[in-house]
Design a protein around this ligand. Structure first.
Ligand SMILES: *[C@@H]1O[C@H](CO)[C@@H](O)[C@H](O)[C@H]1NC(C)=O
Length: 217
């Protein structure tokens, strides 16, 4: 009896896990047909007889993104929008450049776990657990060249370059289209804005403070 309950619990866990990630492919590949008017979860497959090597290829990840903007970081994403062959494969990658003191601001990927390695410079990274699982616990680590860190699916995380030289990191994500929700932009920069009454209550500050924060986005 106990074994049966355990088995059912494990099966439930396994199936809920499968639902939380990109679905498994049902064929060798399903190269996205970006011109199709048909809407499905992901993209419709292009005729496999016209698929070419170029559909699985992109170039230029050796080039640094421009880190000149406010936050001093730049994410170059290689996802299904860049490599159409990634459709249904549940994987993508990024190059992230950080100027000295550059920040990849707190954000989440609603559809992917991220594994990241530093190939140049240094990086202070962290993520925060959900409310109930671990009570918003913060996990941080100082990374140097060659170090690897994991940000679990859906959790809020950030990366900061505390050094005086540029940092470069390469990340892999468990979705063809991980999505990014940058917390500050989503909360204070939504269009139309969330009412300052709601945000004042949520953040336990006065409306003027919220209006000022909203004006920054
Ligand atoms: C990132 O870098 C690219 C290439 O230099 C540039 O076109 C883009 O505007 C940059 N994005 C941000 C947010 O700074």
């Amino acid at each position: 009896m106990a074994a049966k309950i355990l088995l059912i619990a494990l099966l439930a866990l396994a199936s809920s896990h499968a639902l939380a990630s990109d679905p498994s492919p049902l064929q060798d590949f399903c190269v996205a047909d970006m011109d199709s008017k048909v809407r499905v979860n992901g993209f419709v497959c292009k005729d496999p007889t016209v698929v070419k090597a170029e559909d699985f290829f992109s170039t230029g990840l050796d080039k640094a993104g421009d880190t000149g903007k406010k936050l001093g970081s730049n994410v170059t994403a290689v996802n299904v929008n860049k490599i159409v062959g990634l459709n249904t494969l549940g994987i993508s990658m990024v190059r992230i450049d950080y100027a000295p003191k550059g920040l990849n601001a707190p954000h989440t990927h609603p559809r992917a776990t991220e594994i990241l390695t530093v190939i140049e410079g240094q990086l202070f990274v962290g993520f925060v657990t959900s409310n109930s699982d671990n009570g918003n616990r913060l996990f941080t680590k100082m990374l140097k060249k060659g170090d690897v860190f994991v940000f679990p699916e859906g959790l809020i995380h950030f990366q900061f370059n505390p050094g005086h030289t540029n940092t470069v990191a390469i990340g892999a994500l468990s979705s063809q289209n991980p999505g990014t929700i940058t917390i500050a932009n989503a909360v204070f920069g939504s269009k139309p804005p969330i009412s300052d009454e709601v945000l004042a209550k949520a953040f336990q500050v006065d409306k003027k403070t919220i209006d000022w924060l909203q004006a920054q986005f």
